[in-house]
Design a protein around this ligand. Structure first.
Ligand SMILES: [Fe+2]
Ligand SMILES: [Fe+2]
Length: 148
């Protein structure tokens, strides 16, 4: 039986590992923001809860698109999120979220650079789109933080 013909673009193991790291982080924040959305408290939390819900859904979509890309290259997407931190006060929650978005921005810049190096335009473009959204999330959480 002939071997299955692989994807046109060949990428490095390093890029595939970065994609799986990205998936683990997206899973983490999707769950983290969802539970923060459930556990918010106080009057200020009222203004924050819808934002948490909508960003949680965006993160889940990121996880899915990245997983599709990884699977296309023959990788198996991880089911394990990086450690989730919900926090007990709104201030604890949002200050953690600011850090997680900062981490996402840094990681995705690395992914973009590696995809570029590997000549993988599709992954590069995909992550440029995602990066824009993570910068927005960072800005949203950083702005909310000012009033907590
Ligand atoms: Fe994301
Ligand atoms: Fe994000």
């Amino acid at each position: 039986m002939a071997a299955k013909i692989g994807p046109v673009t060949k990428v490095s193991k390093e890029l595939l590992d970065l994609l799986n790291d990205s998936i683990a982080r997206e899973l983490q924040v999707a769950i983290q923001y969802m539970w923060q959305h459930v556990q918010w408290g106080g009057v200020k939390g009222f203004a924050v809860k819808d934002e948490l819900k909508s960003i949680a859904i965006t993160e889940m979509k990121h996880a899915e698109s990245i997983a599709e890309r990884l699977y296309y290259f023959g990788g198996i997407p991880t089911t394990k999120p990086t450690p989730i931190y919900v926090g007990s006060t709104l201030k604890e929650m949002i200050s953690q979220d600011v850090k997680d978005e900062e981490n996402a921005v840094n990681l995705y810049k690395k992914v973009i650079a590696k995809a570029k190096e590997d000549g993988d335009e599709t992954t590069r473009l995909m992550f440029e789109e995602i990066l824009k959204q993570e910068e927005d999330h960072h800005d949203t959480f950083a702005t909310l933080m000012e009033d907590l």
